[in-house]
Design a protein around this ligand. Structure first.
Ligand code: MN
Length: 342
C-alpha cells in the first residue's frame, strides 16, 4: 500500500545560509529537516523512500558525490517523488545537465546565497517576515551586496539585520555549529523569532566576540604573511572568522586559517577573500586541492578545503602561484595597458 508523501529538506549544517534555507523550506512546506555535512548527504538520500518531496539546499556538488547524488535523486523521481535542488556554489554545465536529466528541479544561481534563492522560490508561500531569515543568510555568506539580497535588506532596517545576523553566526560559531544547536534555531525560526529572542543566543554571541578579541591579539603576533596571502593555524576559533581577521591585519587580498585533524590525517582549511579583490577563489581552491589528493571549492568570497597533512607545503606554493596569475587580474592589467596605449 502506498504511503503518504513526506516532505524532507536536507541542508548544509555548517553555517547560517544552510540553516536559513532549511528554516524557509520548513516554514513553506512543513518539511522534516536534516542538517547535514557533505559526507552525510548521500547516506541521508539513501535512507529516503521514493515517495518523498525532497529539497536539497546549500550543498554544492563535487566530484566525490555527484554520481551517487544523481543515482539517488533519479531513484526518488522515478518512484514518483520530487526533488528540488537549491544552491549557489559553482556548477559546471555537464554536472548541471546530469542533475536535470535525473528529473531534478534545479534552482541555481551564483548571484545570491542559498537562503535568498530559497526565499525567492517560496516567496508566495512565506510570510513577509521570513525575508529576515534570508537576509541573515546573505549577510553571513558575504552575499549581501547582490541584487535580490540588497533589495531585501534595503526593505528593512539594515542595522537590525546586521545585528541579528552577526548575533546568530557568532552564537553558532561559539557552539562549533553543533547540529543540535542549529536544529533549535530552525525550530525557533518557525515562529519567526529573531536571533536575540532565542534562548542563549545573545550570551553565546557575546562570548564569541570576546574570543575574537583574544584571537585578534594572537593573530597579530603569530600570523604568517606571504606575498598575496596570509595564514594562521587556529585550534579553537572558527576558521572562517580567523581568516577574516587575517585579511584586515595583514591587508592581503586572500587569507586562510587551518587546523589539523589528527584522526583523519587531513588539514581543514577555510579561506576568505577581501571585498575589493577579484580572484575566483572557489575555482582556484578546487583546482589546487584536486592535484593534492584533497577536495575543496566554494565561491569568490569564501572557500573551504581539506588536504592531506603532508601536502600543506605544496598547498602554500600552489596557492601563491595561482594568486600571482589570476586571469581576472591579468585581464584588468591588459585593459589598463590598452587604455594607456590609445
Ligand atoms: Mn551558502
Amino acid at each position: 500500500m502506498p504511503g503518504k508523501t513526506r516532505t524532507v529538506c536536507v541542508a548544509h549544517a555548517q553555517d547560517v545560509d544552510g540553516i536559513a534555507s532549511a528554516s524557509l523550506v520548513k516554514l513553506a512546506t512543513g518539511a522534516d529537516v536534516f542538517l547535514a555535512n557533505y559526507d552525510e548527504l548521500i547516506e541521508i538520500l539513501r535512507s529516503l523512500n521514493s515517495e518523498t518531496n525532497l529539497y536539497v539546499c546549500d550543498l554544492g556538488m563535487n566530484q566525490s558525490i555527484i554520481d551517487d547524488f544523481v543515482l539517488e535523486t533519479r531513484r526518488i523521481v522515478k518512484g514518483g517523488g520530487k526533488v528540488t535542488y537549491i544552491d549557489h556554489h559553482p556548477l559546471d554545465g555537464k554536472t548541471s545537465k546530469r542533475i536535470k536529466a535525473a528529473g531534478v528541479h534545479l534552482v541555481h544561481s551564483r548571484e545570491e546565497c542559498a537562503g535568498v534563492l530559497t526565499y525567492q522560490h517560496f516567496r508566495n508561500e512565506l510570510p513577509r517576515r521570513a525575508a529576515f531569515i534570508a537576509c541573515y543568510a546573505a549577510v553571513t555568506d558575504y552575499l549581501d551586496n547582490q541584487p535580490i539580497a540588497k533589495q531585501l535588506i534595503g526593505s528593512s532596517d539594515r542595522q537590525l539585520i546586521l545585528l541579528e545576523s552577526t548575533m546568530l553566526s557568532y552564537a553558532m560559531s561559539h557552539e562549533r555549529n553543533r547540529v543540535s544547536f542549529s536544529n533549535r534555531i530552525v525550530n525557533a525560526f518557525q515562529s519567526l523569532k529573531f536571533p536575540h529572542e532565542i534562548e542563549g543566543v545573545p550570551k553565546l554571541a557575546t562570548r564569541q566576540a570576546a574570543r575574537m578579541k583574544d584571537m585578534l591579539d594572537l593573530v597579530e603576533k603569530e600570523g604568517v604573511q606571504l606575498k598575496n596571502f596570509a595564514y594562521f593555524k587556529s585550534e579553537k576559533v572558527t576558521l572562517g572568522l580567523v581568516a577574516n581577521l587575517l585579511l584586515g591585519i595583514f591587508a592581503v587580498p586572500v587569507a586562510f586559517a587551518y587546523r589539523e585533524n589528527s584522526v583523519s590525517g587531513m588539514v581543514e582549511i577555510s579561506l576568505r577573500e577581501r571585498y575589493d579583490s577579484e580572484f575566483e577563489l572557489g575555482e582556484i581552491v578546487s583546482k589546487i586541492t584536486k592535484t593534492l589528493g584533497g577536495m575543496g571549492g566554494g565561491h569568490t568570497r569564501a572557500s573551504g578545503a581539506r588536504i592531506p597533512v603532508e601536502k600543506m607545503e605544496k598547498f602554500l606554493n600552489l596557492l601563491g602561484r595561482e594568486l600571482a596569475r589570476d586571469p581576472k587580474v591579468k585581464q584588468k592589467r591588459r585593459k589598463a595597458l590598452r587604455r594607456r596605449a590609445t
